[in-house]
Design a protein around this ligand. Structure first.
Ligand code: B16
Ligand code: MG
Length: 219
């Protein structure tokens, strides 16, 4: 759904790890799958998985063992992981918004700028609804509609196009290195949420959304 208006600028948010800490539940579900398959799963892999699509994440978790699994088995493993994730997010409420998230979204709306979601997650509409913030968004990109997942810029470009705002007038906000690469590839101003060591390449890195000042990043 796109609420159509004319926007001079737009803010395009990632979901998991930015607005809510569901990155934690994604990683726990992947860790459980790796243990079930007796495959290694370490802290470095956790960082690399952030923002990747479900099937790209699965390839990463399987690593060199990926060739041993048929396409059907991979599909079943991805569904197994998703079932664990869906269970884990069943009880999400607005209290699960990360600090500063609601105020950041409200500040964008108060500024009259466009607001879109560019999450790789097919569960994003459910998560947004449970967090109580779905009505604030002008557009939510369907990740199934874009050809290439993050780190490709496609999902951010699709958001800008839906809002009819030039990429140079958009600000993207991400917690994943792959997401920052996607935003930069789209030609947008990139705000990283997390650690500057991990989010190299971002125009600005903040520890959380509490310090977000949307009006400062427009060009
Ligand atoms: P699903 P984001 C991403 O969401 C997660 O960071 C990533 O861990 C997950 O694999 C991906 O969504 C796909 O999620 O399996 O629910 O479709 O960070 O882009 O909001
Ligand atoms: Mg994320």
């Amino acid at each position: 759904m796109t609420r159509s208006r004319h926007f001079s600028h737009a803010f395009i948010f990632d979901l998991d790890g930015v607005l809510t800490d569901t990155a934690r539940q994604h990683l726990a579900a992947w860790g459980a799958l790796a243990r079930m398959l007796q495959l290694p799963f370490d802290a470095a892999m956790e960082e690399q998985l952030r923002g990747l699509s479900r099937m790209d994440s699965l390839e990463h978790v399987l690593g060199p063992a990926a060739g041993r699994f048929s396409a059907e088995r991979k599909q079943a493993l991805a569904e197994h992981k998703n079932a664990a994730y869906v269970d884990a997010i069943a009880g999400l409420t607005p209290a699960d918004l990360l600090p500063g998230a609601l105020a950041a979204l409200q500040a964008v709306r108060a500024g009259g700028w466009g607001l879109a979601l560019a999450s790789a997650s097919r569960n994003a509409p459910t998560v947004l609804a449970r967090l109580g913030v779905a009505p604030l968004f002008d557009h939510v990109v369907d990740p199934a509609s874009v050809a290439h997942g993050k780190p490709a810029p496609d999902i951010f470009l699709a958001a800008a196009q839906a809002l009819n705002v030039a990429p140079a007038h958009c600000v993207g906000i991400e917690d994943a290195a792959a997401g920052i690469q996607a935003i930069r590839g789209a030609g947008m101003f990139a705000v990283g949420i997390g650690s500057p060591q991990v989010l190299r390449g971002a125009d600005l890195v903040l520890p959380d959304l509490l310090g977000l000042q949307p009006g400062l990043y427009l060009r």
